[in-house]
Design a protein around this ligand. Structure first.
Ligand SMILES: [Cu+2]
Length: 324
């Protein structure tokens, strides 16, 4: 009889305990759901405005002028938002733990080990995050590397110490013909004229050492190799007219830093007129003037080598002898 009454008591305790625990669990689930909804709402609000512009591109250069550069920019911004969302969640958990489980006395708190759902969660969640980032990175990378069989414009980029030549070609590959050419000299910065709205293939080759073709606004650069290697890449379209400085981005020798050129993006009609003028035998400057553009580069200027004035062992130059 005694045993039976104690059984009844313990059952009663168990029964009364479980609805309480269920209520607590329900409350924390509700709180978690509320937090999740709040985070989602914040994310929607943030993505509703131009987050990239609001945060200075999160360090990524803004103002890309090719379709590909904008896709890379979007990927970066989305990755930063995802990283921040995870970061805010983790920081929240850390601070919540610090406050909720701070030391309140000398009693040892409940020691919990081998919480399978938690271990499963913190193994699977990072794998999911990395998989999603990898998925979108692979898509954008494939876009950036894509080359079409018939691009609208083909430019052969020839690099040499320390300048550039841009050959407009009538087809793809080495065997195509150059129909017009722009050559840089010590006195004149080469201006590469290209149209908006057309796909452009760049075929790169070097006459001497490795250089690197870089227009910062394309958010993309690729090495220019000597020999038989033709490094190639393509932009599906340029989206903003204007003048953009181009540089060599590979340390190629003494005057590497001054190996600049200018990319001038014009409308397709102006581009056609420019090319026609070049094919008629007019100089690059005359052809630029013919389409109402500045004849000379506006974003950079030729480097003064002062080769005659500052050569080593030049007796007529006092500064040259100073180091002897
Ligand atoms: Cu170079």
């Amino acid at each position: 009889m005694v045993a039976r009454s104690s059984e009844v008591r313990s059952t009663a305790v168990r029964h009364s305990a479980s609805p309480g625990a269920g209520g607590r669990r329900g409350r924390s689930a509700g709180r978690l759901a509320g937090l999740g909804l709040g985070a989602a709402a914040t994310l929607v609000l943030l993505t509703g405005c131009d987050v990239g512009a609001a945060f200075g591109g999160f360090g990524w250069p803004e103002g890309g002028i090719s379709a590909e550069s904008r896709r890379m920019y979007d990927l970066w911004i989305a990755s930063c938002i995802a990283a921040l969302a995870v970061g805010v969640f983790v920081w929240g958990l850390i601070f919540w733990c610090i406050v909720r489980y701070r030391k309140r006395g000398n009693e040892l708190p409940v020691q919990t080990r081998f919480n399978m759902p938690m271990e499963f969660l913190y193994t699977i969640a990072p794998i999911l995050v990395v998989s999603v980032l990898f998925y979108y990175t692979a898509i954008v990378q494939t876009d950036v590397e894509r080359r079409t069989p018939n691009p609208d414009v083909v430019v052969e980029v020839v690099a040499f110490k320390w300048n550039w030549q841009f050959n407009y070609r009538d087809g793809l590959g080495k065997d195509a013909n150059t129909v017009a050419s722009v050559l840089g000299t010590s006195e004149v910065i080469p201006v590469l004229v290209l149209p908006t709205g057309r796909s452009i293939r760049f075929e790169e080759t070097s006459k001497d050492v490795i250089h690197s073709f870089w227009v910062p606004e394309l958010l993309f650069k690729r090495d220019v190799m000597p020999g038989n290697v033709r490094n190639e890449f393509e932009v599906s379209e340029l989206v903003a007219e204007g003048a953009y400085v181009g540089r060599c981005a590979e340390l190629c020798g003494s005057y590497h830093a001054f190996m600049n050129f200018e990319l001038r993006v014009v409308s397709p009609q102006e581009y056609d007129q420019f090319l026609a003028a070049k094919r008629d035998g007019r100089s690059t400057q005359e052809a630029l003037e013919a389409i109402g553009e500045e004849p000379y580069a506006t974003t950079t200027r030729p480097f003064d080598t002062r080769r005659t004035g500052s050569n080593f062992n030049n007796a007529s130059d006092a500064s040259a002898g100073a180091g002897r």
